[in-house]
Every structure is written in structure tokens, then in C-alpha cells.
Design a protein around this ligand. Structure first.
Ligand SMILES: *Cc1c(COP(=O)(O)O)cnc(C)c1O
Length: 243
């Protein structure tokens, strides 16, 4: 393991580079830097790295596996952090996720809405912010079995979240598709997400979060209008396979 001071310096340098990319992208899009929040995806990296990043001013972190997230959130419980859950979520993990997550970005089916609502009520915590994950590839019949709802399902899911006790409809999330008509076209994909977000905001003006863009495509997401970018490897380093 790297010496703490060296790792801290590495993270600081990476974070500065990402911050500069975000700043430049905002400027190019004519947007204020304050319109875009940086969420650091800490999956596969240890709680020590979260702690070092917190020391550098990062407050928002994301995880994609419940088991790993539980442990990390617990060992950082003394820090004023906001936790985002961004992975595919099984209904039997809803209770656990509702314990530490402030935001769930991967709401993609009614069963999960009901499970999260029940979990939050049982734990008597404040409203859980929910984002509908949109799988844009499903618009062209691809992406079967992957996480995310087809664009045509977003309206009904949004209604279900808005009506579910304990849940707050926060907005939409997407991952640039690897298949279908949007494969290799992140800018077009994010523009489509913004279109769907506009429809949603027509009925739910407060559901204005747009979570899009990762290490490889944060510029395209910011240009389209993303409010939250989820950046992992550009800050923490490339993950060793599986992540
Ligand atoms: C891992 C992950 C990210 C971050 O990806 P990087 O390419 O490492 O920046 C963002 N969103 C989700 C849903 C992820 O699973």
C-alpha cells in the first residue's frame, strides 16, 4: 500500500485535474460552476481514500454495491458526507441501502419503489431522494437485463415515486449506452436524457436533478445540462477489472 502522504498527493492532483475539466466544461457551456455537483464514485477503493478526499473538500460519494457501501459509510460515519447509491439494486437490499444512502440513482421498477418506501418508513428517516435510472438503449429494444427503465416507463415510475410515502422524486440518471442507437454517442444520449427530464419537470418541477457523465464523458454531460457528474477512475485511479 502506498504511503498515506503520497496517496493524498496523488488524489489531490487527480481531483484538481477533474475540477479543472468540470470548470472548463461549465465555462464552455455558459453555465455557472455551482450548477454542477461532483460526486466521487469510491467503489472498490478503501474508506481511507474517502477520508483523504473528504480532507480535500469532497463531500459527496457514490457506491454501487450494498455490502461495500455499508462498511465504508459506517467507517466514515464521523464525517459530514452525502452518500449516493448508483448500482443495480435488488429489492432485498432496499432496507440496507435506505440506512446510509441519501440518494438512490438506480430506481428502475415499481417493485423497488415499494421496497424502498417500506424500508424508509420502517427506519423513520427523512425522505430518501430517488432518481429514475433511464436506460436509453431500451428505446431501441436493446439492453435487455441491464439496469434502468425504458424511456417510455419513466412517467409511470415517476408517479409511483412521487406518491410513495418516504420517497422524494429527485430527478433522472443515466449511463451512456454501450449498445443501441446511442452507442458511442454520449452527447446525443445526454441530450435525449435532458429531453426526458424536461417532460418530467413539466409535471414535477422539483425533480430537477440530472445525473449523467462519468470520467470519460463528463464534458458531454455538462454541455447537455447535467447537474451531477459521477466520477470514479479519474479521481481514484483505474479500477482493477470488475467494478
Ligand atoms: C463506476 C460508475 C461510475 C464512475 O465511472 P468512472 O468511469 O470510473 O468515472 C459512474 N456511474 C456509475 C453508475 C458507475 O457504476
Amino acid at each position: 500500500m502506498k504511503e498515506t502522504g503520497a496517496r493524498a498527493a496523488e488524489l489531490a492532483a487527480n481531483l484538481a485535474r477533474v475540477e479543472e475539466r468540470v470548470r472548463t466544461a461549465c465555462e464552455a457551456a455558459g453555465r455557472a460552476r455551482s450548477e454542477v455537483r461532483l460526486v466521487v464514485v469510491s467503489k472498490t477503493y478503501p474508506a481511507e481514500d474517502v477520508r483523504l478526499l473528504a480532507g480535500l473538500g469532497v463531500r459527496e460519494f457514490a457506491e454501487n454495491r450494498d455490502q461495500e457501501a455499508v462498511a465504508k459509510a459506517a467507517s466514515c460515519a464521523d464525517l459530514p458526507l452525502v452518500w449516493h447509491f448508483v448500482g443495480q439494486l435488488q429489492t432485498n437490499k432496499a432496507r440496507s441501502v435506505a440506512e446510509y444512502a441519501d440518494y438512490v440513482h438506480s430506481v428502475d421498477r415499481i417493485k423497488l419503489v415499494n421496497a424502498l418506501s417500506a424500508a424508509v418508513r420502517r427506519r423513520e428517516r427523512p425522505s430518501l431522494n430517488c432518481l429514475i435510472q433511464v436506460a436509453l438503449e431500451k428505446e431501441s429494444g436493446e439492453g435487455e437485463g441491464r439496469g434502468g427503465a425504458a424511456p417510455a416507463e419513466v412517467g409511470a415510475l415517476a408517479r409511483a415515486v412521487a406518491d410513495a410515502p418516504g420517497l422524494r422524486l429527485a430527478g433522472l440518471m443515466t449511463v451512456a449506452p454501450l449498445s443501441g442507437g446511442f452507442a458511442g454517442r454520449p452527447a446525443a444520449a445526454f441530450d435525449r436524457l435532458i429531453e426526458i427530464s424536461r417532460d418530467l419537470r413539466a409535471t414535477d418541477p422539483a425533480a430537477n436533478m440530472v445525473s449523467a457523465g462519468m470520467s470519460a464523458d463528463l464534458e458531454e454531460a455538462i454541455a447537455a445540462g447535467a447537474t451531477h457528474v459521477r466520477v470514479g477512475s479519474a479521481v481514484l485511479g483505474v479500477r482493477p477489472a470488475l467494478g
